[in-house]
Design a binder for this molecule. Structure first.
Ligand code: APR
Length: 239
């Protein structure tokens, strides 16, 4: 395996991850599953309209995903990324499109979950946030402990604004390296981060099972599974 890069602690690293990094933890990706989320069409379970139409059905779906997650563990790819945070410390930035919480479970501290989290929900009325573990999931539609409102999963649904975009844009303009792992590069705005970082002069590196849609902006591409490739590459990059 070859790489032309050697990282220095005073440089900045920005990592964007997608569903592919969690594939080896047993979580199915979207594109590998015809764009479905565990056999559901996104408009059935991942839009504000779906929640308005049938909140009980939407909640059932997210409770199932949450209990499935409890069995999933971070894999070698997640742990390799944790090593990069230890190396770069304040110069490390990790943004994930995943809602599975596996980067946090691997020990990463600075993680921006731009599409929300399957471990959290919030009140549709007073906006109080809760962890799933702190609410009564036996209710069909869990209620807020503060007011009479309904809780909803803290997932950025289609048609909603991803989290942390201002912060992400600031960091993108100052990064030395942009590493993108396990994402098909088709869902915006995340798909354009690679282009933005490159246009500000970052070196760009990609790791993916297949070439992503925005391949033309990647300087160094490693084709394969992130759980295999990342540990080896990280030891070359920071040795
Ligand atoms: N290692 C590396 N890459 C992998 C692996 C693996 N073990 N397994 C699969 N991949 C690659 C696939 O080849 C694919 O290109 O990961 C990519 C996963 O792509 P998607 O399923 O499209 O996931 P992602 O890019 O994260 O989707 C973005 O779309 O539906 C929405 O909001 C959802 O956050 C999600 C967004």
């Amino acid at each position: 395996m070859k790489t032309k890069f050697k990282f220095k602690k005073n440089e900045r690293l920005f990592i964007l991850t997608g569903a592919g990094i969690s594939a080896e933890s047993g979580l199915r990706t979207f594109r590998d599953n015809n764009g479905l989320w565990e056999n559901y069409r996104v408009e059935q379970v991942a839009t504000p309209q779906a929640f308005k139409r049938d909140p009980g059905m939407v909640w059932r779906f997210y409770k199932e995903r949450y209990s499935q997650l409890k069995k999933a563990k971070p894999n070698a790819g997640h742990f390799a990324i944790k090593k990069l945070e230890d190396f770069f410390q304040k110069n490390f930035f990790l943004v994930t499109q995943n809602v599975d919480g596996l980067h946090l479970a691997a020990g990463n501290e600075k993680v921006l979950e731009m599409h929300g989290s399957l471990h959290k929900c919030f009140c549709t009325r007073c906006k109080t946030r809760y962890k799933f573990e702190d609410i009564d999931l036996s209710q069909d539609i869990p209620g807020c402990l503060n007011c009479e409102g309904q809780l909803r999963p803290d997932i950025v649904w289609f048609g909603e604004m991803p989290y942390f975009l201002d912060e992400i844009n600031k960091i993108l303009s100052k990064t030395d390296y942009f590493l993108v792992v396990g994402t098909s590069g088709v869902v915006y705005p995340a798909a354009q981060f690679l282009y933005i970082a490159k246009s500000y002069g970052a070196h760009t590196i990609g790791i993916n099972l297949e070439e992503p849609d925005n391949m033309q902006f990647i300087d160094e591409f490693h084709k394969g599974k992130s759980g295999d490739l990342l540990p080896k590459l990280v030891s070359l990059w920071i040795s």
